[in-house]
Design a protein around this ligand. Structure first.
Ligand code: YNC
Ligand code: MG
Length: 401
């Protein structure tokens, strides 16, 4: 029924078939009419801006999310975004404190019970480039669920963004809402099959054995792409140039600037705190390829948690290759298989248990051959206050002539 979402500038679920309208805002926002004050919260709670320059406040966000954020459908695993990860994800270039929103209990505990966060990004949606807010980490404490607090959080972040002249948003979620612009499926590649089996993540297929599954998921000990190495600070401009051209082939993509390449891909953390691992291929002094993954643990919360408390997952992040500009499409697939294999080897060396990827961008070209298997999770992509036709097959529709 979507009582809240029916009031919002998003396409209705049954709208696909209606007459074609041009791409653009669904509703014009009149700046003068944007409320100057936040909507009231239930008695006993108050709005706060979180100060993520304070390690103590980052830790409070970590504590809320580690207990109350996204779980799988069977409540076996819960994302465990680390404090360094949150610091990285929420303090990207031009971040604004007023888009880091919390709800606290009044009174001495001041307990943080809900959050919603936005960061500013530039998004290319087909022929338009739009300044939007990317919304993430909406979370309500389990004891306050189903009290219509989520719509209040969403309206408040919308109000604050509108006051800053931002009227569009992008967000993702596992739940179906009006209306995905695209949908992707999670795929998983076992790196430590036995551990994944022991925590109940990977099944033992009928007609197979543990020994066979372990052997099937073996990887060579070392990478094999000539010129493959860790990305360094001196590579930032080359990666910017390559990645921007590569992503321009797609109909829905972030448009990165130099500061963002540095922030999102260049490691500034101590090795044990690394959130993103980025690699380049240098051939004859030229950067021809780029590939990255980020680190996100999940807590094992079900009854299988006795032996292992955490799953260390690597998530395929951005990548790019000059091979995409070679007219032979087959060359692209071969190159991506090569780069993907080396990423898996790097993740294995760094002691990850599983490598996850979505069926978007060029990923479907290599997932099956690299022994990724389809998971049961979906990730839907949503745009707020922007009309555009659905982008085919998730967000991997190519922007080719
Ligand atoms: C969700 N994930 O449908 P209707 S993803 C959006 N995204 O509204 P209540 C959601 N809406 O159906 P609860 C949603 N989940 O009546 C539920 N809803 O129209 C809608 N889980 O509210 C739902 N984090 O407060 C319904 O539900 C209404 O107490 C019900 O709270 C929901 O961060 C939630 O999965 C998700 O913490 C906070 O369950 C809670 O259950 C929770 O009664 C675990 O809410 C953690 C979790 C969500 C992760 C994410 C992206 C969020 C995007 C929000 C939309 C942003 C729009 C753009 C704003 C800026 C615009 C500009 C400019
Ligand atoms: Mg609620």
């Amino acid at each position: 029924s979507y009582k809240f979402w029916a009031t919002q500038p998003v396409p209705r679920l049954d709208e696909q078939s209606t007459a074609e309208k041009p791409d653009g805002p669904i509703k014009e926002v009149i700046r003068e009419l944007v409320p100057k004050d936040a909507a009231p919260l239930p008695e006993g709670y108050e709005w706060v801006e979180l100060d993520l320059t304070s390690d103590a406040e980052v830790k409070e966000v970590y504590n809320l999310l580690s207990q109350h954020y996204v779980e799988d459908d069977h409540a076996m695993f819960r994302f465990n975004y680390s404090a360094v990860f949150l610091d990285w994800a929420l303090k990207s270039p031009d971040w604004k404190k007023s888009w880091h929103i919390g709800v606290r209990a009044k009174g001495p505990s001041r307990l943080l019970v809900a959050t919603i966060f936005g960061i500013p990004i530039k998004l290319k949606i087909r022929q338009n480039v739009v300044d939007v807010v990317e919304i993430n980490y909406m979370c309500v404490h389990k004891k306050l669920r189903s009290r219509r607090l989520a719509p209040v959080l969403i309206k408040e972040v919308t109000r604050r963004c509108n006051l800053d002249g931002i009227y569009q948003a992008i967000y993702t979620g596992g739940v179906v809402l009006p209306t995905p612009v695209g949908s992707a499926r999670y795929y998983h590649r076992s790196l430590d099959w036995l551990k994944l089996y022991e925590v109940g993540f990977s099944p033992l297929p009928p007609n197979s054995t543990q020994a066979r599954m372990i052997a099937r998921n073996q990887l060579p000990p070392n990478t094999s792409t000539p010129g493959w190495r860790v990305m360094q600070e001196k590579d930032i401009d080359a990666v910017l140039d390559l990645l921007v051209r590569y992503l321009d082939r797609f109909n829905l993509t972030q448009v990165f600037n130099r500061a963002e390449i540095e922030h999102w891909f260049h490691n500034r953390h101590k090795p044990e705190d690394q959130v993103v691992l980025s690699f380049v291929v240098e051939q004859d002094g030229k950067i021809t390829d780029f590939a990255s993954f980020y680190c996100l643990e999940s807590s094992v919360i079900g009854k299988m948690s006795e032996k292992h408390a955490k799953i260390r997952a690597a998530y395929l992040y951005y990548y790019a290759t000059e091979q995409a500009f070679n007219p032979k499409e087959k060359g692209l697939k071969e190159r991506l298989l090569q780069l993907g294999q080396d990423l898996l080897i790097e993740a294995k060396k760094a002691k990850f248990d599983v490598f996850n990827a979505l069926t978007l961008h060029d990923n479907p070209l290599f997932l099956e051959e690299l022994k990724f298997g389809a998971g049961d999770g979906q990730l839907h992509h949503y745009l707020y206050n922007w009309r555009t036709k659905p982008i085919n097959g998730g967000i991997n529709e190519k922007n080719l002539p």
